[in-house]
Design a protein. Structure first.
Length: 211
């Protein structure tokens, strides 16, 4: 969980959104709920999703274009607006983690950067709906920079924009492979489990970040 043992002070947190501060934006569970509500073939939805969602997350499609490929490739008795609203409604906050990040920023003056894979409309909705802009300084989202984790360049862009030495950064993600890529770039990493925020607090405390 914490491979980097450097004693350099932590001055910045880089975090994912889905699985860390919020639920995932459009995951398998949400698609299952959509298939049930909108009477869709789940296997077909998932197949079409897999073939095009990465392109949406990389900012090369807008949400309506994604939905036309994944859902509205044939007439439906509901609108894209109906479906989009349902997608937005799937997002929920993890308040304990949000308050932890807010508190650490306030106490230690940390720079906070989001490094995430997310399509533009979902990303912007989530930023606004959960007021992430109130405490996040930079959003290095795949839809803005046009490449996705695990491409190492997304963390390099975050470092360039934040202007923080990598030895002073802790990266938090719920996907261990992404944490490992960050660690290969000499960032410190924490693999987060939304069901066990205490474990993340303990890892941060080892690097001097205690509320």
């Amino acid at each position: 969980m914490a491979a980097n043992t450097t004693s350099a002070p932590v001055t910045a947190l880089f975090l994912d959104i889905g699985g860390v501060m919020l639920t995932n934006g459009w995951d398998r569970k949400a698609r299952e709920a959509a298939a049930k509500k909108f009477n869709l073939d789940l296997d077909e939805l998932n197949d079409r999703h897999r073939m095009t969602f990465d392109t949406y997350e990389a900012g090369k499609l807008n949400l309506d274009e994604y939905l036309k490929r994944a859902v509205f490739y044939e007439p439906r008795p509901y609108t894209i607006e109906d479906f989009r609203a349902f997608m937005y409604d799937q997002s929920q906050a993890y308040p304990e983690m949000i308050e932890l990040v807010r508190g650490l920023k306030a106490k230690y003056g940390l720079r906070i950067a989001v490094v995430n894979n997310e399509g533009r409309e979902l990303n912007e909705h989530r930023i606004k709906a959960f007021k992430l802009y109130e405490f996040v300084d930079f959003f290095i989202s795949s839809c803005f920079v046009h490449f996705r984790k695990p491409d190492a360049d997304i963390w390099k862009v975050a470092l360039d924009i934040a202007q923080v030495p990598r030895e002073n950064v802790v990266y938090i993600d719920d996907r261990n492979m992404f944490v490992q890529v960050a660690e290969s770039l000499k960032l410190r990493g924490i693999t987060h489990n939304y069901k066990n925020v205490e474990q993340t607090k303990q890892a941060l405390a080892k690097w001097g970040l205690v509320l």
